[in-house]
Design a protein around this ligand. Structure first.
Ligand code: NAD
Length: 282
């Protein structure tokens, strides 16, 4: 039952918001984490909006499934899979080169992420370093490499996946908390160095129905000495007033809004769509 509660509905064209008129039709959108969850939903939604998508991930099979789903949906834009490991600088460099070969590289979505549940005293430092490389260093390095392309075409935007954990923190997730607070700092730094036509924004949600969430139920239950059902109702729903977890496609739609012309005044800001989780308490 708990697994079912955190399993997403299949992605259909009906669930994808259309921003075709306010997105450039010749743009390439580089999406990390494109093999699963939010990154996959964003790759599909961006392709449905006519963008050429460079979807990168370490998971080759997952990327192939993302491409297959786009073909099934007959999206207007296509998805090119680029296998790469964000902990490797050489891979990061190759990913940007391959994305830029597809056309005018205009959008970067830093979505890939991982979770590890352990107290500070028990937190393995190699895991901490790996998480920072994936969720903070790679987004910065990808941005650094994309900026010259943005400047060449005089426009560009970086969308960063943050979290409620970039606003407040829960125990036993120190590496995740630090990286999500950090990515909001990166977002503002990009805005500071952009000129308004090169922008950035972050997206902060509560829990979304993805494998990253399903996979942490057991560890969280053990860590807190509670049942899996209570992890979903008390920890994941937590203070949220909206009584359902978000779908990955809901998050993908927020990225497209931010990238589109409707988002032109969104610069350094955060789209906090958390159902009231961080803004209310009983
Ligand atoms: P997910 O596990 O479904 O997808 C994450 C993807 O990142 C996977 O495809 C994985 O292969 C990829 N990845 C991991 N390590 C990588 C590496 N070294 N190189 C390249 N790719 C790598 O997770 P998700 O829930 O879709 O999470 C996506 C993002 O959203 C993460 O940054 C996460 O922190 C954030 N987020 C998720 C939730 C949620 O509730 N699911 C809530 C807020 C924020």
């Amino acid at each position: 039952m708990t697994r079912q509660q955190v399993s997403p509905a299949p992605i259909t064209l009906d669930g994808i918001h259309r921003f075709d008129d306010s997105l450039p039709d010749d743009a390439v959108c580089l999406v990390t984490g494109g093999a699963s969850g939010i990154g996959r939903a964003l790759a599909i939604a961006a392709a449905a909006n006519g963008l050429t998508v460079a979807a990168t991930d370490v998971n080759r099979e997952g990327l192939a499934e993302t491409v297959d789903r786009c073909e099934e949906l007959e999206t207007a834009g296509s998805v090119r899979p680029i296998v790469g490991d964000l902990t490797s600088d050489r891979d990061v460099e190759r990913i940007v080169v391959e994305a830029a070969e597809l056309g005018r590289l205009t959008f970067l979505a830093n979505v890939a992420g991982v979770q590890h549940v352990d107290s500070i005293e028990s937190f393995p430092m190699d895991v901490y370093d790996r998480m920072q490389r994936i969720m903070l260093r790679a987004p910065l390095y990808l941005t650094k490499l994309c900026l010259p392309h943005f400047r060449e075409s005089t426009e560009g935007c970086v969308g960063n996946m943050a979290s409620v954990h970039g606003h407040y923190v829960t125990s036993d997730k120190v590496a995740y908390n630090v990286s999500k607070f950090g990515i909001r700092g990166l977002t503002r730094s990009i805005a500071a160095e952009g000129d308004g036509s090169i922008r950035s924004f972050s997206v902060s949600t509560g829990y979304v129905k993805t494998p990253l969430v399903a996979d942490q139920i057991e560890a969280t239950a053990e860590q807190r000495g509670i049942s899996a059902e209570d992890v979903v109702s008390d920890v994941m729903q937590g203070q949220a007033r909206v009584d359902e977890l978000m779908e990955p496609i809901d998050v993908a739609n927020l990225f497209l809004l931010g990238f589109s012309d409707h988002g032109r005044h969104l610069n350094g800001g955060d789209l906090l769509f958390d159902g009231g989780m961080t803004t209310t308490y009983e």
